[in-house]
Design a protein around this ligand. Structure first.
Ligand SMILES: C[S@@+](CC[C@H](N)C(=O)[O-])C[C@H]1O[C@@H](n2cnc3c(N)ncnc32)[C@H](O)[C@@H]1O
Length: 298
């Protein structure tokens, strides 16, 4: 399989992480290895690349073999960051990157079941061995639970009607048939996006517990950064970005409670927070909604 994924905000991410010789950087979402490769080329650092998708681990390992033991790939969820670093005997690290969401091959390969553009089984698991797939949600979940994820994670205003149509049309096996049923409820409208985009996003986020994973990663990442170490997170929609933004604001003391003298209470663990959006001329369509947030460990 060819793993083609155009890395988003590549130069900006490398600049934010500023790798130096001897540093250890954790790429929590190694994917096809694009960001990891750029980091390894910039300095004589080591990169630990995590991914829950075995196809990504295999692709990154093959691409980065020339760096020898400077690159280590681990199949794991990024919420398991502490366990992975402990197992590798690694203490504080100098950089942690998370480039959230799905990779292009996950979306483009019909068999992975994420796509309404190409017909395939309804699946959407980043980790093909995970116990619950999108087929389980659309075929077994109660209508109200389905409506909730489509509303909360897909931000689909017609979530209740979509969930009703999904329950009425059971059983579902094909992504095309499901997308068509959703389109009949939502209507085609004049927008550029497919009418099933929001519903598919909601199901995907629920199947992979994407927001829960991010909520668990951020505090661990800050704990495992060395003083002066850098955190960089690239998000692709407002639900992810809100979690990162709020976390960074808390950790930099911006939203912390204040004592009577106006000083933030509690420990301030991050400083120099910055937010970077891609150039509006970026040719990569995935870059359109991307946002990089970075900060330095105090
Ligand atoms: C946007 S792609 C990363 C692309 C990569 N930066 C590159 O340049 O090729 C996101 C990757 O993160 C992985 N991923 C998403 N959530 C994860 C999680 N909670 N734990 C581990 N890997 C995850 C996905 O499987 C996917 O391969």
């Amino acid at each position: 399989m060819v793993f083609e994924h155009a890395s988003v905000l590549l130069a900006e991410t490398v600049a934010a992480l500023a790798p130096a010789d001897g540093d250890v950087i954790v790429d929590c979402t190694v994917g096809g290895g694009g960001h990891a490769e750029a980091l390894l080329e910039t300095a004589a650092c080591r990169v630990i690349g995590l991914d829950r998708d075995p196809a990504a681990v295999a692709a990154a390992s093959a691409r980065l073999v020339r760096f020898g033991d400077r690159f280590v790939a681990v199949r794991a969820r990024f919420s398991e960051l502490a366990e992975v670093l402990d197992a590798l005997g690694l203490g504080p690290v100098q950089g942690i990157l998370a480039d959230l969401g799905v990779s292009s091959p996950q979306l483009d390969e019909a068999d992975r079941g994420f796509s309404f553009q190409q017909d395939g089984p309804i699946d959407m698991r980043m980790d093909p061995d995970a116990p619950v797939s999108a087929a389980d949600l659309v075929n077994d979940w109660p209508e109200t639970d389905l409506a909730d994820v489509i509303y909360r994670y897909g931000e689909e205003r017609r979530s209740r009607a979509v969930a009703r149509a999904i329950v009425a049309g059971r059983p579902w096996t094909s992504t095309h048939a499901l997308a068509e049923a959703v389109a009949r409820v939502v209507g085609r409208g004049k927008g550029r996006i497919h009418p099933a985009t929001r519903t598919f996003q909601g199901l995907r986020i629920a199947v992979n517990d994407e927001l829960g994973e991010l909520e668990r990663l951020l505090p661990t990442a800050v704990e495992r950064l060395a003083p002066g170490g850098r955190l960089a997170v690239i998000s692709f929609h407002s639900l992810e970005d809100r979690i990162v933004k709020r976390f960074v604001a808390e950790q930099t003391g911006r939203t912390a409670e204040r004592d009577p003298w106006g000083n933030p209470m509690g420990e301030i663990r991050l400083r120099d927070a910055r937010s970077i959006a891609p150039d509006s001329n970026d040719p990569n369509p995935r870059a359109r909604s991307a946002r990089l947030r970075c900060a330095t460990r105090c």
